[in-house]
Ligand binder design. Structure first.
Ligand code: FEO
Length: 398
């Protein structure tokens, strides 16, 4: 695909990666992705972000078809992650007159990416840089998912360049949201995976762009959003806003049960944990997609993990759940483990070790049952759930 003029004198000069199926080693990208970069042809031409190193050659060729690279006045680095900065070193060699505009944090990261001096200018939050006939405003958006991030807003054209903000891993060369295939699910998937842990920061940044007149959102991945751009911002705002009842503690119980015995324990634990001030959600780890429980984990005040022991370990569905913890905001959350076993019973300890490693806080010893739980065992499970609630509320009567 060649370049595309997305608005008068604003050209897409990015790259398509239609075959990518896993991004950053862990995120599924069922329809590939794009690395979007934009050239603003103004009195002082500016390039917004760059592309993954793999696409350096075609990125530079696209630029050359539009401009003498020596004429590029600014390269705006909204975010330094390598999918947007990988081509930067080679690009700057060909565009020696370009000055890099970035946040202070991004400038620090760039030093460790480029490993050489570069002509950089740090832009402050709200600063406006003149491109001659156009003005580019910068809005800092730290932890939109990296600390270096900012948005750029081209005032005359009412275009927001939010880099990873409102992006989608979705490759369709028709580029505009009203031309490409349905990408709603992938748009939300991107938010859940990448932005979900930073909800507070997302809301803070949205507050800063609330009063901007935005006609088009040009993100760094996937479709360019021109059909009611406000609806995409509203979606982020909705997903980032907690709907938790502030008067209730929320407890999530995940279990994986080979023969239904750990399930019985989980149900008894849930019963004990259910009080007037708690809401308990019970999930069979083998029946849910770990990809879609991030919100549940993040909004939980406490999490309980139950697993049968198999070959001296917890069983696979529980590991899939626990693996999600590293990419959500779960640090410091209170947790405990339980499970059935035949003769050794290592599952609870294995899960505790991993949860400690992930900086969750194991607040009480595990409860274990040999093979099938008796009525007394189930009563113990119920008390275990009740005791767990007390650790959340610090209220002896829960
Ligand atoms: Fe698309 Fe955070 O990089």
């Amino acid at each position: 695909m060649q370049t595309l003029e997305i608005k008068k004198n604003i050209h897409w000069v990015g790259a398509l990666n239609a075959t990518l199926r896993v991004f950053d080693v862990v995120f599924q990208t069922r329809y590939g992705t794009t690395y979007n970069s934009y050239l603003i042809k103004a009195d002082k031409p500016a390039l917004i972000d760059s592309v993954h190193a793999k696409f350096t050659e075609e990125h530079i060729a696209k630029l050359k078809s539009l401009i003498d690279l020596k004429d590029i006045y600014y390269v705006v680095v909204n975010h330094t992650e390598m999918d947007h900065s990988g081509a930067l070193g080679d690009l700057l060699r060909e565009a020696p007159n370009a000055q890099i505009l970035s946040t202070k944090t991004a400038a620090f990261f760039l030093k460790n990416i480029l490993h050489k001096d570069f002509n950089g200018k740090i832009v402050e939050d709200g600063e406006i840089v003149s491109l001659g006939n156009k003005q580019l405003k910068f809005i800092h958006a730290p932890f939109w998912h990296w600390p270096d991030t900012m948005f750029s807003y081209l005032e005359e054209d009412r275009v927001l360049f939010p880099c990873d903000g409102f992006a989608t891993h979705f490759c369709d060369e028709r580029l505009f949201d009203d031309r490409v295939d349905d990408f709603k699910e992938d748009f939300q998937h991107y938010y859940e995976h990448i932005m979900g842990p930073y909800r507070k920061k997302i809301l803070e940044a949205i507050e800063k762009i609330r009063n901007l007149d935005i006609q088009l959102i040009a993100p760094s991945h996937g479709p360019i959003l021109r059909t009611n751009p406000g609806k995409y911002i509203k979606a982020y705002e909705d997903w980032s806003t907690s709907r938790k009842d502030p008067n209730k503690k929320q407890i999530v119980i995940f279990y994986a049960s080979m023969y239904g015995n750990t399930k019985k324990m989980a149900e008894a634990v849930a019963k004990g944990a259910s009080t007037i001030n708690t809401e308990v959600k019970l999930f069979d780890a083998a029946q849910i997609s770990p990809e879609f429980i991030r919100c549940e984990i993040e909004s939980a005040d406490g999490i309980l993990f139950g697993s049968s022991t198999l070959n001296g370990d917890a069983i696979r569905p529980m590991w899939d759940i626990i693996d999600i913890m590293f990419s959500v905001n779960a640090k410091g959350k209170k947790c405990a483990t339980f499970g059935t076993y035949g003769w050794s019973g290592e599952a609870t300890k294995q899960m505790e070790d991993r949860l400690n490693g992930l900086k969750l806080k194991v607040v009480q010893p595990p409860i274990k049952v040999v093979l099938t739980p008796t009525e007394d065992d189930l009563k113990r499970c119920s008390i275990f759930g009740y005791d767990f609630v007390k650790t959340l509320t610090n209220n002896p009567s829960a």
